[in-house]
Design a binder for this molecule. Structure first.
Ligand SMILES: Nc1ncnc2c1ncn2[C@@H]1O[C@H](COP(=O)(O)OP(=O)(O)OP(=O)(O)O)[C@@H](O)[C@H]1O
Ligand code: SF4
Ligand SMILES: [Mg+2]
Length: 320
């Protein structure tokens, strides 16, 4: 069934996005199913969910950044400022990747040319985009030393390379940052510094952020609204203030209880997500859900409006 979600002021509108990978041995893998989502200008949106729930596939779909050897059938619409990215010609898509929307990679080393000095790479980006900002300003904004331009990418630490990705994004004039687990390859101190920098940049540079993380506490700290994915389906979408206080979907409730807290025992979600190469009928969370009833076994719950949640027996589960 087609659903739509359009909001005034949206910079990005995703409508009924489905992605099916064609895997050599597994066959068709239904990585995303009928996802509709809007992102407003200047919004910091968190994207949560267990491993394999489709978070990276969502970001890759937005810029069609599928890797070599990945065969993905993508359907639906992805509108950037009202223009459908799915219908863009290759040169328009390239311009979008180099300009409007910038992907911050989890492993930053792969984002740079290893044999070209950093200064040349940054200058090239500034020149290509006719940016009015100069390299020293961009480096300072991102907390980088002015001597870095003379170095090669392999001379920098993971944290410095991550900062450099942000400088490149600013040089490109990007308005949207897509950030997929940007701190998982960093040590604890660098992780905190990068999250602080990201927060500052989003606020001061008025950027729109899509932030993927396994770590719900980071999402709570950094973003104002969060969407939760389960097995390729968007199951809840809510301002963080509501989501963390009054989760409506039993899966979100269970995920939040997995955040370590001195006030309660650490939660566990029993069982495993379904096999996306052979998804079952009905609600995909059914076998793991403590609230499931007969209707959940055969029917797929639709997304409710307002506090968007996809569940027949949605909460609240937490006392108000
Ligand atoms: N190239 C591919 N071929 C086949 N299946 C794939 C491919 N890439 C991802 N998948 C499958 O698609 C589903 C979604 O994967 P995705 O990487 O988007 O999840 P994720 O939420 O980003 O997980 P993680 O938190 O582990 O990064 C998973 O079932 C995954 O195994
Ligand atoms: S629809 Fe049913 S099985 Fe699915 S999450 Fe809601 S209560 Fe649980
Ligand atoms: Mg991922």
């Amino acid at each position: 069934m087609k659903e739509s979600a359009v909001a005034p002021g949206a910079i990005l509108e995703i409508k009924n996005l489905s992605v099916v990978y064609n895997h050599r041995t597994l066959g068709e893998v239904h990585a995303l199913s009928n996802v509709s989502l809007d992102v407003r200008v200047g919004e910091a949106l968190g994207i949560a969910g267990e491993s394999g729930s489709g978070k990276s596939t969502l970001l890759k779909s937005i810029l069609r950044l599928f890797g070599a050897g990945e065969t993905a059938e993508v359907s639906g619409e992805i509108l950037y400022r009202g223009r459908d990215i799915m219908k863009m010609r290759p040169e328009e898509l390239l311009a979008l990747r180099r300009g409007g929307i910038y992907m911050i990679f989890q492993h930053p080393y792969s984002a740079f040319n290893p044999v070209v000095k950093i200064g040349s790479q940054l200058d090239e980006t500034i020149r290509l985009h006719g940016s009015r900002r100069e390299a020293p300003d961009l480096l300072e904004t991102c907390g980088l030393d002015g001597r870095i331009p003379d170095l090669f990418p392999h001379n920098l630490s993971g944290g410095q390379l991550q900062r450099l990705q942000f400088a490149m994004a600013l040089a490109s004039g990007a308005r949207i940052l897509l950030s997929d687990e940007p701190t998982t390859s960093l040590d604890a101190v660098s992780q905190i510094e990068i999250i602080e920098l990201l927060k500052t940049l989003v606020e001061k540079e008025s950027l729109t952020l899509l932030f993927v993380s396994h770590d719900l506490s980071l999402i709570k700290y950094l973003t104002s609204r969060a969407v939760v994915f389960y097995a390729g389906s968007l199951i809840e979408d809510s301002p963080c203030g509501e989501l963390f206080k009054i989760p409506l979907h039993p899966y979100t409730d269970a995920l939040i209880k997995c955040i370590p807290s001195p006030d309660r025992e650490l939660g566990v979600i029993p069982g495993d997500p379904p096999d996306l190469s052979n998804p079952p009928d009905g609600c995909l969370f059914f076998p793991r859900c403590y609230l499931a009833s007969d209707i959940c076994r055969g029917d797929v719950p639709l997304m409710r409006t307002r506090h968007r949640v996809r569940c027949f027996h949605a909460g609240p589960f937490t006392e108000l």
